[in-house]
Write a protein of this length. Structure first.
Length: 474
């Protein structure tokens, strides 16, 4: 056994020199101290690098499924667009068109200062309003004395005189007003004959909004014709301690209007009960639209505008000034995923990284101004270490370009988006432990070897200097 151990000593790579045969020098001490400090510094730097987060970025073709839908979130305030007619349409390059979205859109009346002035309500689809045929009453109208429109001089007096006044706010140029005019005159005559002046419970009247613009604006009229119900000199009734305006939004045929008048007259003198056929009319001129839509990952457009079947709009007086509270795609990250995004994003997160339009306002300085926002969207996928799909996060960033132009159509706000086919994938990578061990050994061995070479150089130079000096002395 002793012979085996004796032979094993022959493979010793680290043969020892007796201490008596070694010599300590001052230069060797300084070099050893410097080498030790260098080892500590390099080891510390390598340890920090090993523990730090590192990521790799690569550009690939978007690997989303063709059936994936993207959530488009928005919250926009229009101080001069009534909730009565505010609508949102969505279209895309595939030809898909969704008109007047309602399920995921909520409207809130606001003041000119963008403060809420009522409760938020979910929008609902409204059936097209029915009118009488255009030539139905041509012969009957020959014997009817057309009612003179009310003016600002006799408007309040008329409202104070009768318990119920139904007013048609119209514009002579409006196509739908022309359709309603003969029906309105026939109905007015029959209602006044059935409920004469001595009865005095109900009156039908009309107002020309081209002649009485301020009067119509004071009652927040934006679409023509608009039918309002005034009781006891005002058009709001108290329901549950809250004031609501009343507006007729039903069909506008002769039979429907006469039936409406007969059922409405029963509430004369009792304005605290709302009629079942009446809807709420706007109490302010502005509207906040908030919600989301699910869109395909192809170029498309969100179209905010005033629209209604059976109403006309005066383009000149439409004002699409708006303030964007938020407008972003996808979902907002929770605190954990936001931290991962901040750590791994190649160039860090810029302010409002996902919502470049946040807090911006766009003012219509001219009549018929239409605003358009163009968004170029890029998908960045963050893949933390571990590779679990649940820990991944898709961050949608975009650049926004906005401009305003005069439109020949009804002024509106268009938000066009275009998604890049290139996806950025940011993957968190970690150094393997054997890489750290290898580097540590390289640091120790390398510094030790370089220090040994330096020590040998200095030691040899010192001996040479001694020999030279001895030669001079002899």
């Amino acid at each position: 056994m002793s012979r085996i151990f004796s032979k094993l000593k022959s493979v010793d790579f680290f043969r020892k020199i007796p201490t008596d045969l070694t010599e300590a020098t001052m230069s060797g001490a300084w070099i050893s101290l410097g080498a030790a400090i260098m080892m500590i510094i390099l080891f510390s730097m390598e340890l920090v690098s090993f523990m730090s987060t590192q990521s790799t970025s690569q550009l690939i073709v978007d690997r989303s499924s063709s059936n994936d839908l993207l959530k488009f979130n928005f919250n926009v305030s229009f101080p001069s667009l009534s909730c009565e007619f505010a609508t949102l349409d969505v279209s895309d390059s595939l030809g898909t068109k969704r008109m007047n979205l309602t399920k995921t859109v909520r409207k809130t009346p606001i003041t000119i200062d963008l403060e809420h002035a009522g409760e938020s309500t979910a929008d609902t689809h409204k059936a097209a309003i029915k009118y009488d045929e255009e030539d139905r009453f041509e012969e009957d109208l020959l014997d009817i004395d057309v009612t003179h429109p009310l003016t600002h001089d006799n408007f309040l007096g008329t409202l104070a005189r009768y318990p119920i006044v139904v007013v048609n706010f119209y514009a002579p140029w409006c196509h739908w007003c022309m359709r309603l005019e003969p029906t309105w005159e026939v109905v007015t005559k029959e209602v006044h004959d059935k409920y004469p002046e001595w009865d005095g419970r109900i009156r039908f009247a009309k107002i020309d909004c081209t002649a009485e613009m301020e009067l119509c604006r004071s009652h927040f009229i934006q679409g023509f014709p608009s039918l309002r119900v005034f009781r006891k000199g005002h058009d709001d009734v108290t329901v549950g301690g809250r004031h609501d305006h009343e507006a007729y939004s039903g069909d506008r045929t002769k039979e429907d209007l006469l039936h409406f008048a007969d059922t409405l007259v029963l509430s004369a003198g009792n304005p605290h009960h709302k009629h079942a056929s009446l809807g709420s009319a706007p109490t302010t001129l502005g509207c906040n639209m908030a919600g989301f839509v699910l869109v395909k990952k192809v170029p498309g457009t969100l179209h905010f505008r005033a629209k209604s079947d059976g109403h006309s709009f005066d383009h000149v007086f439409m004002n699409m000034t708006h303030a964007v509270h938020h407008m972003y795609l996808g979902t907002k990250p929770n605190s954990r995923k936001l931290h991962q995004l901040e750590r791994l994003h190649p160039h860090g997160l810029a302010k409002e990284w996902a919502d470049k339009l946040h807090g911006k306002s766009f003012v219509s300085d001219r009549t018929q101004d239409t605003h358009e926002h163009y968004m170029q969207v890029v998908l960045t996928t963050i893949e933390p270490r571990g590779g679990h799909k649940a820990s991944q996060y898709d961050a949608y960033e975009y650049t926004a370009h906005s401009h305003t132009f005069v439109s020949d159509d009804v002024p509106s706000v268009k938000v066009s988006y275009d998604l890049s086919p290139i996806q950025i994938v940011v993957t968190e990578v970690t150094k393997p432990w054997y890489h750290f061990l290898t580097t540590t050994c390289a640091i120790i061995g390398g510094v030790f070897t370089v220090a040994g070479i330096l020590d040998a150089v200095f030691y040899g130079a010192a001996k040479l200097m001694k020999k030279v000096n001895l030669g001079k002395n002899t």
